[in-house]
Design a protein around this ligand. Structure first.
Ligand code: FAD
Length: 248
């Protein structure tokens, strides 16, 4: 991991900056991107690294015009080229772990292995999100029966293990009720790859996989590629880590 991080830090984009104090900004929305740019402008000696999970930002203001068909979606979308040109290191990725004592962020960048980077100051600007039911309201049984994510219905819910589970059919709800531990995803629905790395990360439904009759999710498709390379080893490691990670 250290070697990969060193390689990343020696990238041309990073060389463009002076080796001053490093600020890491997580989240490249209005808040994070503006903060990164303002910091770099205020003190060009700063090494500013922006970690954002998407390559393109889709802005909310004016989005009602898109819904009304008056504006194209691409008019709402912005890249990070200008930020990069202003000397900010930009990574498409997401943090796996933040260690405030060591002042380190371990993060996934693209489909590469995790990088660990030290910071002097950290800015977290991830915005807000909805709180869905368990596995974002998808029907857990449908992954087994239909082999794809199927949205659950709000009139077909069942409370189990501290969460509301949504189902697409009464039959699936009944199947879950009779054997919830069989159908519920492993590691509380958190990212299996993240659990193997020792932390909780949220997941996306389309990353699902069933291995030996057990349902797993990953953070995103890039992480799923890493997961696919070594499912057996990662499952073993995640099972070892889960009792401790669960308490986080
Ligand atoms: C429909 C609508 C219309 C609006 N209209 C206006 C308006 O006209 N004027 C106005 O001033 N405001 C408007 N707003 C509000 C404005 O969009 C928000 O205040 C603003 O987007 C908040 O900025 P933010 O940076 O905090 O969060 P966001 O813009 O949500 O950005 C957060 C960023 O963090 C990234 N991120 C999240 N988690 C991670 C992670 N784990 N790792 C890496 N990256 C991560 C996300 O991908 C995202 O790019 C509107 C909002 C909505 C929903």
């Amino acid at each position: 991991m250290a070697a990969t991080a060193a390689a990343a830090i020696a990238s041309p984009a990073v060389h463009a900056q002076t080796a001053g104090p490093r600020v890491i900004v997580v989240g490249g929305g209005f808040g994070g991107a503006a903060c990164a740019r303002a910091l770099r402008k205020a003190d060009p000696r700063l090494t500013v690294t922006l970690i954002e999970r998407n390559r393109t930002y889709t802005a909310s203001p004016m989005s009602n015009s898109v819904i009304a068909g008056l504006r194209g979606l691409t008019e709402q979308q912005f890249g990070y080229d200008a930020l990069e040109r202003s000397g900010i290191d930009f990574f498409v990725g997401f943090p796996l772990k933040i260690d405030p004592q060591r002042r380190e962020v371990a993060f996934i960048a693209g489909s590469a292995d995790a990088l660990t980077v030290r910071y002097d100051r950290l800015v977290l600007s991830p915005g807000i999100d909805f709180r869905w039911g368990a596995i974002q309201g998808y029907d857990p049984v449908a992954f087994f029966k239909e082999g794809k994510p199927v949205a659950g219905k709000k009139e077909l819910t069942f409370n189990w293990s501290g969460a509301s589970w949504y189902f697409s059919t009464q039959e699936n709800l009944d199947a879950f009720k009779s054997n919830p531990t069989y159908y519920a995803p492993q590691f509380g629905g958190w990212c299996a790859y993240g659990t193997a790395a020792g932390h909780k990360s949220p997941t996306q439904a389309e990353t699902w996989s069933i291995v030996d009759n057990k349902l797993y999710f990953n953070y995103n498709m890039a992480v799923q590629k890493l997961w696919n390379k070594n499912q057996k080893g990662l499952i073993e490691q995640a099972n070892k880590n889960w009792p401790a990670v669960k308490k986080e």
